[in-house]
Design a binder for this molecule. Structure first.
Ligand code: GLU
Length: 173
């Protein structure tokens, strides 16, 4: 059972996310990660690793990123082993997301959206990111329209926090 959190506001987000992930530790997990809109350049930066939230904090401290908008995840692996590349967030094109649940039709979606050559992990979740990115491009970067189409494509169970590279400060859940 994973934990999923998003924050956008006025306060520095990294500490908020790390604190929230610590509060979610009771749910059980094998990896942790976060994505933050970097205040220096507006780009979404990902920090993640297999292991504990304390390990993620070390990764972040070694290579900090700060901002006021971000998402965080603790993973309970269902598709793909417990590795840093399989930890969330996942990025495909303009889309960065974290996912709680299982996308049952991810093999079919990988073929339909021709994603195989673009995937860096073995997870169903990264396929979901690829599908949403394709729809977002196809639908003139309209977040709500593309998310509406996106969820119609999915079979399974899911909670998502989603950020789009060209919409800093916004989180879709
Ligand atoms: N199915 C996804 C994965 O294996 C998400 C698992 C979860 O809910 O943590 O990465």
């Amino acid at each position: 059972m994973c934990g999923i959190v998003g924050y956008t506001g006025k306060q520095s987000v990294a500490k908020q996310i790390l604190d929230a992930l610590e509060l979610l530790e009771y749910r059980g997990y094998d990896s942790a990660g976060m994505a933050i809109v970097d205040e220096t350049n507006g780009q979404v930066q990902i920090r993640k690793r297999a292991g504990r939230v304390a390990d993620l904090e070390k990764v972040w401290k070694a290579n900090p990123v700060n901002g006021i908008c971000g998402i965080g995840h603790t993973r309970w692996a269902t598709h793909g082993g417990v590795t840093t590349e399989n930890a969330h967030p996942h990025r495909q094109g303009l889309v960065t997301l974290i996912h709680n649940g299982i996308i049952e039709n991810y093999h079919q979606l990988t073929e339909e959206y021709d994603l195989a050559d673009h995937l860096l992990s073995q997870t169903d979740s990264e396929v979901a990111a690829g599908v949403l990115n394709a729809l977002y491009e196809r639908m003139d970067h309209d977040p709500l329209l593309s998310i509406r189409h996106f969820v119609k494509e999915l079979q399974g169970s899911y909670g998502f926090c989603i950020m789009f590279e060209d919409r800093p400060g916004e989180i879709y859940a």
